[in-house]
Design a protein around this ligand. Sequence first.
Ligand code: MG
Length: 187
Amino acid sequence: MSRRTFRRCTSLSSLDLNQLKQIGIRGIILDLDNTIVSEDDRYLSPNSESWIERAQEEGFSLFILSNGKREYRVNYWSERLGIDAIGRAKKPFPKSFKIALYSMRLLPIQVVVIGDGFHTDAIGALWNGCHCVQVASLPHKARWWEKIIGRWVQIPYPKHAPLWSFNPQYYSSSFTRTLPSIQKDIT
Ligand SMILES: [Mg+2]
């Protein structure tokens, strides 16, 4: 059995799936915000969807753990990518990692956690005995805490690296579910 590994890279699609296989990895726990899609929904990580498809075709089990509180986004991406997901996952705490590992029927040492947050994804991986890859954070407006500790817990997205745009209109079908309460607020 291999030892746990920690590495950094620019984006999901720059990770070699064969290398993951070679160290015995069979499952991938993915972060959502600023890893696959920017939290302000402006950018997609280039080629991340085809990378995820390839991982699925090659037999990896995948699971999304997101600390995001906007449920419609987590549901949307879970459906779009065909991956089970937990929102409000409270990473790095172990509960959601345990659920993901149980659902994938894998041991922690067979799983890599991929995300942009050191304090959430990397610490979560370490705490739960998984491998970890920290990717660069997709560009987004810094929150108050990121202005203070962002430089220690995130890798800035390289200035000239490619970025794909995303149209949040795709969420519109999910928005209809919350329309009644919004309308109530307006009237
Ligand atoms: Mg993130």
